[in-house]
Design a protein around this ligand. Structure first.
Ligand SMILES: Cc1ncc(COP(=O)(O)O)c(C=O)c1O
Length: 457
């Protein structure tokens, strides 16, 4: 069959069943063929042949590979390099560097990327017909899947474009009065902290900025620190679930319970935890939770969530007015026309995430982090800015070298050792943030630790 015929057939095979667009197997096969044309053919095929999965398209091959390990526990699987080499086979990785900066944007596996491309084609093929017929229902379905993953009700979940939009919706949405107070930490994300500064200028509120210790002695130490900042004027507290520059996990449940006892609401910045840690949002006890899906869930760029605890949505002003102006969460999530193919791909990314298993992913990410930090902690002049207790960190950690500027460290790591990281110099932290992903190998981490040894010597 000629390419054009195949393409026409693929397009025609798109069906709308119920309210979600699905594709016939022939479409999938066509996609697989296209995908194999441009992806790093040799790398993937070498791996799939080695796995005995040749003939399957990337997404199917990886699913089949995961199925073979169904009965293996997260703890055992975390250290099984062969399994993770198979997972790595589903990614197209740039060979120029070892990517240890997945915290900004975690690239999609080829299977998800192919689905995304297909959604772009599908929406483009149908044009406004798609937008006027199934768009809204499909979005509801995406929200339902996200709510299921987050363990909350769909009525508590909104689809946004990123963490920034979600948190700024909350911060802007409060009817601030002059003299009201908000609490945050200097280790929180800079532009979100600045959103409070904007509220200071605009409404005369007071933004109190604390500093979270890099190595807390106990949960109580952190809870106490937030408690002491509360006054009768405090209305909202911003807390990072995982501090983005160090990877430290904060005891959100304890902080929320303490804050609620003092009538203070809690907004959680979960940019680095949704799709990374295995948890249910309501268990955090917070009022608002925000995350970017293009980080740890490996969704295409430009998707996020906002969780608003039931009953809280009417109390916030909308950032952008919605068509219906209802009191429910929809009034907080109007975006205007935006790339809907990204929304559709969320379902594919969740499918992959669930196949792999959220607990297994968390276990592997923590394994990778402790793999390199436990070696690096022994090196002279190397400073790990992340707590060693397993419950206080997962995939992200930060490492500095005494007497070396973080920017110089990051540059040397890239230029001399082909390791891509990001320098953090401020907010109480000097070092490079290291974020492996599920395709990272321990051999790559060995190279990285070796580079640290050379740099610090
Ligand atoms: C803790 C934290 N909050 C918020 C953001 C902003 O995320 P986005 O740019 O996806 O809105 C980031 C980005 O890295 C982050 O690390």
């Amino acid at each position: 069959m000629k390419n054009s015929d195949a393409r026409r057939k693929a397009a025609e095979s798109i069906k709308v069943i119920g309210s979600i667009t699905v594709y016939r197997r022939s479409t999938f096969f066509y996609l697989g063929v296209c995908c194999l044309k441009y992806m790093e053919k040799r790398v993937f095929l070498k791996q799939t042949f080695a796995l005995g999965l040749a003939g399957l398209v990337p997404g199917e091959a990886i699913s089949e590979w995961i199925r073979r390990y169904d009965s293996v526990s997260p703890a055992v699987l975390a250290a099984d390099e062969e399994f993770w080499a198979g997972i790595r086979g589903g990614y197209k990785l740039k060979p120029a560097y070892i990517n240890l900066e997945n915290g900004y944007y975690a690239i999609m596996p080829e299977g998800t990327l192919e689905k995304y491309i297909q959604h772009v084609r599908d929406v483009n093929y149908q044009g406004s017909y798609y937008m006027r017929t199934v768009q809204a229902d499909n979005k509801k379905m995406v929200i339902a899947r996200l709510a299921e993953l987050g363990g909350c009700m769909p009525e508590e979940m909104a689809l946004t474009r990123n963490t920034t939009e979600s948190l700024d919706t909350v911060i802007n949405g409060i009817a601030w009065k002059a003299g009201d107070e908000a609490i945050m930490a200097q280790q929180d994300y800079g532009s979100i902290v600045n959103q409070f500064k904007l509220m200071e200028k605009r409404f005369g509120i007071v933004a109190k900025v604390l500093s979270v210790p890099n190595h807390p002695g106990s949960d109580e130490e952190i809870v106490d620190m937030y408690r002491q900042a509360i006054t009768p004027r405090t209305r909202l507290m911003l807390v990072s679930h995982m501090v983005n520059i160090t990877g430290q996990i904060l005891p959100i449940r304890k902080i929320s319970d303490m804050a609620h006892a003092l009538n203070v609401e809690v907004a959680v910045d979960g940019a680095h935890t949704f799709g990374h840690l295995y948890f249910k949002i309501p268990d955090l006890g917070c009022d608002y939770y925000a995350a970017s899906l293009h980080k740890w869930l490996s969704v295409p760029l430009g998707a996020g969530i906002l969780y608003v605890k039931q009953g809280k949505a009417p109390g916030l002003w909308s950032l952008m007015a919605d068509w219906n102006m209802k009191d429910d969460i929809t009034h907080l999530a109007h975006t205007g026309t935006h790339p809907v193919a990204t929304d559709l791909t969320i379902i594919d990314a969740i499918d992959f995430h669930m196949k792999l298993g959220p607990e297994r992913k968390e276990a592997r990410l923590r394994y990778l982090q402790t793999y390199w930090t436990s070696r690096a902690r022994k090196l002279k002049n190397v400073v790990i800015n992340t707590p060693a207790e397993p419950a206080r960190s997962c995939g992200i950690a930060n490492v500095g070298i005494a007497g070396m500027k973080p920017a110089d460290m990051a540059r040397t790591l890239l230029e001399k050792h082909r390791v891509w990281t990001v320098a953090i110099d401020g907010q109480g932290v000097q070092g490079c943030r290291i974020t492996p992903n599920i395709y990272t190998t321990t051999a790559e981490l060995d190279d990285f630790v070796k580079a640290l040894g050379e740099l610090s010597a």
